[in-house]
Design a protein around this ligand. Structure first.
Ligand code: R5P
Length: 285
């Protein structure tokens, strides 16, 4: 078995290979002058089980993943396990307004045509995997995320919207902390409104836990409420650090720490999802 690392997920791929005790092969990736991608798996993987790892954000990494899968198939790999640590376009998982495309569905269907098994991490909505007609698993980052949070002796874990309540509850359970949630209304791409809600956070150490931090709007508005209600401090943790535009600068005045996993490799990647991914792969071997 070999783990092939795409350019968006090299560190994580190496760590997955380490966890699995197998070879890591770095994909050759070039960009042509017009922006198009060239991809090559430089080692023979004929009749091998290959694990192709590549986050699909931003867009060019999505194309790279498709090319990597094609290269693995052309080598004659015995089985292709596709791992997309951060599955982009997952938030459009239904039609909100007539005439829209459902990006999560079309991508799930395309990927499943080019792999035999699929794993992703904390996908925005696990129901998306139903569109893939192959064994597909949503791996949870709960364990390593909670391990990182241990250093803060957190009293309360807050989910910034109802959709992430389950994640917050699981993390709180691991930490032996309380948990609660806020209710969010999105105004536009950059701004959200958090409904005022009385929370028991006076003098407490609080962690906001979400799947994605994109513009940071959700964290900023949630932290404002938590601070106004007397929280001792607030830290903000997520699985996927998209950090669009000036998200970090926006959040810094309100939180003691902002951190994410290595599904998107960032300066703020403070914990790794290599272990839970490797455990899932091992079950398929
Ligand atoms: C939305 O449903 C997600 O779970 C996140 O809460 C959202 O993507 C965060 O976005 P932003 O950082 O732009 O507020």
């Amino acid at each position: 078995m070999k783990v092939i690392g795409g350019s968006a997920s090299r560190k994580l791929s190496k760590n997955i290979a380490k966890e699995l005790g197998c070879d890591y092969v770095e994909a050759e990736v070039k960009t042509f002058p017009d922006g198009e991608k060239y991809v090559r798996i430089p080692e023979k993987v004929e009749n091998e089980v290959v694990v192709v790892v590549q986050t699909t954000y931003p867009n060019e990494n999505l194309i790279e993943m498709l090319l990597l899968l094609d290269s693995a198939r052309r080598w004659g790999a015995k089985r292709i396990i596709g791992v997309i640590p951060y599955f982009s376009y997952a938030r459009q998982d239904k039609i909100f307004k007539e005439g829209e495309a459902v990006s999560a569905e079309i991508l799930a269907k395309i990927f499943s045509m080019h792999m035999d098994f699929f794993a992703t991490v904390d996908i925005h909505n696990p129901e998306i995997l139903r569109w893939m007609n192959i064994p597909a698993e949503n791996v949870y980052a709960t364990e390593p995320l909670s391990e990182y949070l241990n250093r803060y002796n957190i009293d309360v874990v807050i989910s910034p919207d109802k959709g992430s309540v389950e994640r917050g509850r699981r993390v709180a359970e691991k930490l032996g902390a309380e948990w609660d949630y806020l209710e969010k209304k999105r105004i536009d791409g950059m701004n959200v409104e958090i409904k005022p809600r009385k929370l028991d956070v006076e003098g407490k150490r609080v962690a906001i836990v979400d799947d994605i931090i994109s513009t940071g709007g959700t964290i900023v508005e949630s932290s404002k409420q938590l601070k106004a209600q007397g929280a001792e401090f607030v830290v903000a943790g997520c699985v996927h650090g998209v950090f669009a535009a000036n998200a970090i600068e926006r959040m810094v005045p309100y939180v003691k720490d902002v951190f994410c996993s290595d599904t998107i490799e960032r300066e703020q990647s403070k914990y790794s999802v290599a272990k839970p991914i490797a455990l899932t792969i091992q079950r398929w071997l």
